[in-house]
Design a protein around this ligand. Sequence first.
Ligand code: ADP
Ligand code: MG
Length: 721
Amino acid sequence: MAHRNQNRPPGNHPNKKDSAEEIEADKMGRTRAPLTAVVNNASTSNTDGTESNTIEFTKEDIEALLNEKMKRGMASLDHKKKMDQMVDLIKRLKICVRWCFNENEKLHSEVEFAVKKCCDTEIEMYNKTEELSDTISNMRNTISSLEEINVKEKSEKLVAIEDNMKLQQCNSSLQSDLKSANEAYRRLDMEKTIIVESLNATRDLNKELQDRLKSLKDSHSEAIKHKEMLAKEITCLREELKKLMDDRDRLQGQLNAVMLEREKYIKFKYETYSKLDKLASKTEALENTCSSQKEKITLLEKKLCDERKKLEMADLSALKTREMFEEKKNIIRELQDQLADKEFQVVEGEKLRKKLHNTILELKGNIRVFCRVRPLLREDRSETNMVVSYPTSIEMLGRGIELGQNAGQKHLFTFDKVFNHDASQHDVFTEISQLVQSALDGYKVCIFAYGQTGSGKTYTMVGRPDAPDLKGMIPLSLEQIFQTSQSLNDQGWNYKMQVSVLEIYNETIKDLLSNRSSGFDQTRAENSVHGKQYSIRHDKNGNTHVLDLTIVDVCSAAEISSLLEKAAQIRSMGRTQMNEQSSRSHFVVTLRICGINENTEQQVQGVLNLIDLAGSERLSRSGATGDRLKEAQAINQSLSCLSNVIFALAKKEDHVPFRDSKLTHLLQPSLEGDSKTLMFVNISQDQSSIDESLCSLRFAARVNAVKLGSQTVRPKHTQGA
Ligand code: ADP
Ligand code: MG
């Protein structure tokens, strides 16, 4: 049960038992206590258990409660605390509001009760006042009647006195009367005293009643005032209540907002927590990274320091390097100048080389003779007697050849080179490669193979097309020309090559690259039909032109080999038709080389003639008749013409019979002047061919003794001729 507050207003106490006493106390003019409420913590023992009934509030408490929010700097607190505080405040506000409600109701009932009590007291007072007024009027009436009586009695007294006088006589008589009258008077006086006393009492009562009425009126007015005050307080309280309700609504709204915010906050909190977790792990990782980065940074700073030092050093060295660079630049400039000089020297050197090469070749002889001995073939194996031997003296080694049987006469010959039966195609080519090079240098070069049929001329010049290792001088020379021309590209040389392939049979030219070419009979027929005479012309520049001859521009050795294949095919077709007559014709491959050097504006025009001559065997040996005789005569004619030309050239005769045969006519520019000629003399080493071999070697020895060009006949060691 709540303890009663000493300052509590009279209507505030729930226990009505005391109200009468209080009213009485009020009646006694006790001053009202100010409207205050104190939170009594001890009141929690209230039986209904509600907090509103257990806590009492003072005005200051409420004000403190209302002002509480403003007092605290909530903004600085975190959300959770804020929330808790808000909830606590709301809780307390709710308690306060509930308490206010209860108090209000109590006040209402107390005010009503007080008003009712006041009304009752008023009515009672009225009744009592009326009673008292009646009593007073009665008293007044009594007094007036008593006064009247008094007056009467006074008059009566006077009368009595008069009477006394009169009666004095009758005093005695009347003494008794007087006595009785005195007694009556005494009685009356007593009565009067009593009446006066009662009047006084009545007056006191009246006064008292008046006072009471006054006090009642005062208390009534006070009660009215109190009522008004209460009413004011009620209005105030209502306003406060309204305010509180507004506040409550506002707070409720705020609470809702706060709740929403709280939900959001909780959501946010959970998100934040998860983020926080992630962030924590990230932070950890970052911290790790940070620490490692810090280490790295310190390392890098150290490095930076070092690098700066290095940079300074490098700057210094860069300065030096720049100086060096300038020096080097100057050196490079000098070197470039030197290079230009050297390049010029190279060009000059190249010119010199050509000149020297030419001189060497000239010294070697502008016409040279190589002898090649064919090994014994399977069909020759029956022959036991070897007719060929090679002198081993230092002077003769590789240059000498001895022909003759052991018993018989021996013939020794020396040539520029003698290839025994073991010499490979490659060995042979090595010796002629420099001569081939001369064609690229702009000379006219002529290489031909001379010898009896079957001595290996075709083998030497063409080789075996089926075996790459057995390629003859023609394909090997052409390949070298292409290879060298390509390597000379670096020096600024650009070469244009043209090839033509022909055959001379019975003083008739056959174009072996013509698409129409076939047999000689056909060729002749075609020549007459198409008017193709293949007439030979030489211009003043020493260039040979064979009219109507197919000339093919070639860019690679592969193209040439395919052209040679084609020519060989056409030639072999002819051979079949002409019954192994290929050895009856001269096979001429001509490569025209035109070189231009873009750098030096030099220009060269070289010609390389590669000729597989017809068999040189004598008519007596072949025993030919008819067409074969004619063929043999034509061959002999052209071969003797060739030797005539060579000897005429050697003797520097005014007239050189070039035009006596198609072959010499064709080769004229390649035999004159500073042109270079190489003759292979092919011989067989079998005994049966000894005579023909001897003839060939004798002819070759004569040729070998000849020096073409500006020089005269060089004395050469020739024996057995
Ligand atoms: P030619 O053309 O002078 O009539 P060939 O070149 O046709 O003679 O040669 C006749 C035969 O001898 C061919 O079968 C050829 O292969 C062979 N022959 C020629 N010279 C050699 C050599 N140096 N080594 C191997 N075989 C050769
Ligand atoms: Mg041949």
